[in-house]
Design a protein around this ligand. Structure first.
Ligand SMILES: [Zn+2]
Length: 405
């Protein structure tokens, strides 16, 4: 019995030992499994982190802006830029609101470059120390970058007004007495007008309406006087006033207009140029003016724009065709009184003094003829010289606009 119990005890001890060993293995196995799971989790986390990094790498602005912007905006701005990088939305313009044009320029440079994945420094303007008077500089998001140190005087305002008037250049090249020229047009219908205008100084030019009773006689007499004569070409007006013979109309085809104008020109001997009679409609028509200038170009004639419409393209078209040309500055006798004509004449002198020269157009009215006969005799005391119309001709742009009459 005792041996049997001892045997049983040994078996029990062995059983317990084995059981313990078995449990220990199981525990070890369990720990091993737990650890491997840790490793797997860790790998997943690493993978997730790497994915994040890949995502950030794809968004290159996060990486490139801090590198580029401090170089562009200056070393002092670098720490502030890092804060801004963490913000969900980032704008240099709002972040540095006082940087004005410079900031705007850099803003556009950054966004443009980052979107194209190009090195930002190539497109960004070189940085210069910020001594700019930011308070004075208008914030203009459209304006181009201007280095404030190298060009401090070139402001937004001053860059606009660099147009040099052609007539002022003419004054500079002839720094003498201001010049005036006078053209009397609407000639041809009456003898009195012809006679009185031919009595004026020979510097005064005459423009003759085509196919009128005294047209040829006026032209021939003027030619003998070596006076400049023009065809006063009737052109369609907006008030539908009658043009008389040889009129040019907007509805005319190229052939009709050129044929009519050529006939007008052929009927007047010795003319040197043309100006428009009325024409407040036709002178605004680009095609019609083109055909007129083509005809004059073929005959080496000059063109005077009587300027009966502020929208006239006549002079501009003449210039495009390389014709000698000039615009009328003053109408002398829209009001036919001595006082009104004198006022206009004073205006002519004023413009001549301002611009170096000025052109007046008058008509063969008795009032105008009487005034000019008297006034042109003592012009020297006004410090102004009466010149031939040809002296005012130029192919350069004129400073006067139609609104100045
Ligand atoms: Zn006229």
């Amino acid at each position: 019995m005792v041996k049997a119990r001892l045997f049983d005890f040994k078996k029990f001890v062995v059983f317990v030992f084995c059981l313990h060993a078995l449990l220990g293995c199981a525990d070890e196995l369990s720990r091993t499994l737990d650890r491997s799971e840790d490793v797997v989790i860790s790998n997943v986390e690493i993978a997730v982190l790497e994915d994040d990094q890949v995502t950030e790498k794809d968004n290159e602005t996060f990486f490139e802006e801090p590198v580029v912007l401090p170089v562009h905006l200056g070393p002092l701005l670098a720490p502030q830029k890092k804060e801004a990088t963490n913000a969900s939305s980032y704008s240099i313009g709002s972040y540095f609101p006082v940087l004005s044009d410079d900031a705007v320029a850099s803003d556009s440079a950054v966004s443009a470059s980052s979107s194209q994945s190009q090195p930002l420094l190539e497109t960004a303007e070189p940085w210069s120390p910020a001594i700019v008077s930011f308070l004075d500089a208008p914030i203009d998001r459209e304006s181009k970058y201007v280095n404030p140190l190298t060009k401090p005087e070139q402001s937004h305002e001053s860059s606009k007004k660099e147009v040099v008037p052609a007539k002022k250049l003419a004054v500079d090249s002839h720094p003498k007495m201001p010049r005036i020229a006078i053209l009397i047009d609407d000639l041809g219908y009456n003898r009195q007008g012809m006679d009185s205008s031919l009595m004026l100084p020979t510097e005064v030019a005459l423009a003759i309406l085509p196919s009128t009773p005294f047209a040829t006689q006026t032209a021939l007499t003027a030619q003998k006087q070596k006076r400049i004569t023009l065809l006063h070409a009737p052109m369609e007006n907006q008030r539908e006033l009658k043009l008389g013979p040889g009129g040019l109309y907007a509805k005319m085809t190229e052939h009709e207009l050129k044929a009519t104008l050529s006939k007008d020109l052929d009927g007047l001997p010795g003319i040197q140029g043309v100006n428009n009679h009325m024409g407040s409609l036709l002178t605004t028509k680009a095609d019609s003016m083109k055909w007129v200038m083509e005809t004059l170009k073929g005959r080496s004639l000059f063109f005077i724009d009587s300027l009966t419409s502020p929208k006239s393209v006549a002079k501009k078209t003449a210039q495009e065709y390389g014709l000698d040309t000039v615009s009328r500055d003053v109408f002398l006798d829209n009001i036919r009184t001595e006082q009104a004509i004198d006022k206009q004449f004073s205006r002519l002198l004023k413009l001549a003094r301002q611009h170096g020269s000025a052109l007046a157009i008058g008509h063969p009215y008795p009032e105008t003829m009487a005034y000019l006969k008297k006034r042109l005799n003592h012009l020297e005391q006004d410090g102004v010289r009466l010149v031939r119309l040809s002296d005012l001709l130029t192919t350069s742009p004129s400073v006067l606009t139609p609104s100045e009459q």
